[in-house]
Ligand binder design. Structure first.
Ligand SMILES: NC(=O)c1ccc[n+]([C@@H]2O[C@H](COP(=O)([O-])OP(=O)(O)OC[C@H]3O[C@@H](n4cnc5c(N)ncnc54)[C@H](OP(=O)(O)O)[C@@H]3O)[C@@H](O)[C@H]2O)c1
Length: 275
């Protein structure tokens, strides 16, 4: 039996993952800005679930939430950085407040949480840190510059953590979804007033997102089961792509990177000192 600590457990991926873990007999620390939103799950699994307040924009809540988890279950086996939200805006349309808030919730908050959990994981000599990023981290779209940057930052930090934490028996994984049928587009995608200059680029992408809302190909229940499986794997992957859209995009981008690297090799390669 594992003990999970999941951010953003109130809806979407976080909620499905929490339900999957509880159905498998695991214990879950469910965190949300409003823990009341988790009352039904706690009522269903009173011995295995606890609801804890955690707003990633309030750093002081992080140690308190981790302490509450330890007080209740004594251990955290899997930490899932799931909470996050999108910002759909051209950089020119993005003000400082939105820029900082997006990086705070999608990048800085998760890094603070990971950092705060490391001493416990080191003491336990085990732990698995799973962060939900997005295909935008590797193959981005117009209008997702800040969101993609935050998710790419979380991936880069996670890659560094693999080597930093392996000596302590701590595993690190990023989970990279394409479009999944959660509330993300309706509830978690912040829009900004659109400048007419971006109607044909960001505006077009926005319209596409609104069109696919409710018809996204990804099934979050299946995603939750896939994440549940890697948490139990002896050697989990560093990166788990979720859904055909993410696989196709990732593969296409890898090929494009390789082709561009070759096309410009003669220009970039001979820039070292010759002796
Ligand atoms: N669905 C997709 O297509 C998709 C694709 C790629 C990546 N993702 C990523 O998947 C993760 C989950 O999103 P979702 O699709 O499941 O959407 P969702 O159902 O809207 O869930 C978003 C979650 O983030 C939480 N959250 C937002 N701001 C927060 C804050 N300041 N502090 C703590 N929690 C906060 C929300 O909690 P509250 O109840 O407190 O608002 C909610 O539980 C996100 O990181 C998102 O970037 C989703």
């Amino acid at each position: 039996m594992k003990t999970w600590f999941i951010t953003g457990a109130s809806s979407g991926f976080g909620r499905h993952l929490a339900e999957a873990a509880l159905q498998h007999g695991d214990r879950v620390v469910l965190t949300a800005r409003q823990p009341g939103a988790l009352a039904d799950l706690v009522a269903l699994y009173p011995d295995h679930a606890v609801a804890v307040a955690l707003d990633l924009t309030i750093p002081t809540q992080i140690p308190t939430a981790l302490q509450q988890a330890q007080d209740k279950f004594g251990v955290i086996d899997v930490l899932v950085n799931n909470a996050g939200y999108g910002l759909l805006a051209a950089l020119e349309e993005t003000d400082d407040v939105r820029l900082a808030r997006n990086l705070e919730i999608n990048l800085i908050g998760p890094l603070r949480l990971i950092r705060a959990a490391i001493p416990l994981f080191r003491q336990q000599k085990h732990g698995h840190i799973i962060s939900i990023t997005a295909i935008a981290a590797f193959a981005n779209e117009v209008g997702f510059g800040v969101y993609g940057a935050a998710k790419a930052g979380l991936e880069a930090a996670s890659e560094s953590l693999v080597g930093e934490l392996a000596p302590f028996g701590i595993k690190v994984t990023v989970v990279v979804p394409g479009p999944f049928r959660t509330d993300f587009i309706k509830r978690s995608l912040e829009a900004v007033p659109r400048r007419p200059e971006y109607a044909g680029t960001v505006g077009k992408f926005d319209a596409l997102l609104q069109r696919i809302n409710g018809r996204q190909p990804g099934d979050p229940r299946k995603a939750a089961e896939a994440i549940y499986q890697i948490a139990g794997a002896e050697k989990p992957p560093f990166r788990l792509l979720l859904g055909k859209y993410a696989y196709d995009k990732f593969e296409k981008k890898l090929k494009a990177h390789a082709a561009e690297m070759e096309a410009w090799r003669a220009t970039g390669l001979p820039t070292d000192f010759t002796a």
